[in-house]
Design a protein around this ligand. Structure first.
Ligand code: MG
Length: 253
């Protein structure tokens, strides 16, 4: 099942994607769903970030080749950090390049969308808390990540967390192709099989610290090939069996 969030005629709703149509949901997709009977063509709505998380928990250096290109190794335990909810933006929205940075990078990532309130979840039950998966771009002001000594500002600018285009449920994410392209040129081409700390281990690790709420998102790390974007670029993160997340870079105004 593909769950989208969209706006149409000024109204925001969730819907299930069925081919080139959307079946509108009554309320939200967390728990049993019911339909209003309203249908739209997908190309007649504006797709939004598929969830509004209370928090985005991201994982650094979780692919060995990426850890190596950053001059390190994958840590023995997941290295987690937070991106603010206000960084989230949707498919087709812009990434706003701040004038305070001169090096902004894309990081294509598999995003886990949590389906219910949970804490202290054992690995063996972790997948029961997952609603589904979507594409993410963990946009990073690389210069500030280095100069600040911690990552809140570098990872936290408005629009630095594109999510979408929708949530794919009932998906085995153990080996999916993940690519990131800039203006059509492939820059990252990895597979989720290369993830070191796997999704169940990440959920167990994160929930041993903080309660996760329905709609919260875990970013699982980026494969090798990170690099800069410039104003005017179009960045596309694409994950096999999920979809395509495209965003254009504009100056922050
Ligand atoms: Mg990242």
């Amino acid at each position: 099942m593909r769950i989208a969030r969209y706006s149409h005629d000024g109204e925001v709703a969730f819907g299930i994607v069925e081919g080139d149509e959307l079946a509108e949901l009554a309320g939200h997709p967390f728990g049993p769903v019911s339909f209003t009977g309203v249908r739209h063509r997908v190309d007649a709505v504006r797709l939004l970030a598929p969830v509004l998380p209370s928090k985005v928990v991201a994982v650094g250096r979780n692919y060995a080749e990426h850890a190596s290109e950053m001059g390190g190794e994958v840590p023995a335990e997941p290295l987690i950090f937070l991106k603010p909810s206000t960084a989230v933006t949707g498919p087709g929205d812009v990434i706003a390049y701040p004038s305070s940075s001169s090096r902004v990078d894309y990081e294509g990532e598999l995003a886990v969308v949590i389906g219910r309130l949970c804490r202290d979840v054992p690995e063996s039950k972790a997948l029961e808390t997952v609603l589904g998966y979507t594409c993410a771009n963990d946009v990073t002001a690389r210069d500030q990540q280095k100069s600040d000594g911690q990552w809140s500002r570098a990872k936290g600018y408005d629009s630095f967390c594109p999510l979408g285009p929708w949530i794919e449920t009932d998906l085995d994410v153990s080996d999916l192709r993940l690519t990131t392209s800039v203006n059509g040129a492939v820059r990252q081409d990895g597979r989720t099989a290369q993830i070191v700390h796997k999704v169940p281990a990440l959920i167990a690790y994160v929930t041993a610290c903080m309660t996760l709420l329905p709609g919260d998102v875990i970013l699982t790390g980026t494969p090798a090939g990170v690099g800069p974007v410039e104003v005017g670029d179009e960045v596309v993160v694409e994950i096999e069996a999920i979809g395509r997340l495209a965003n254009r870079v504009v100056p922050r105004g």
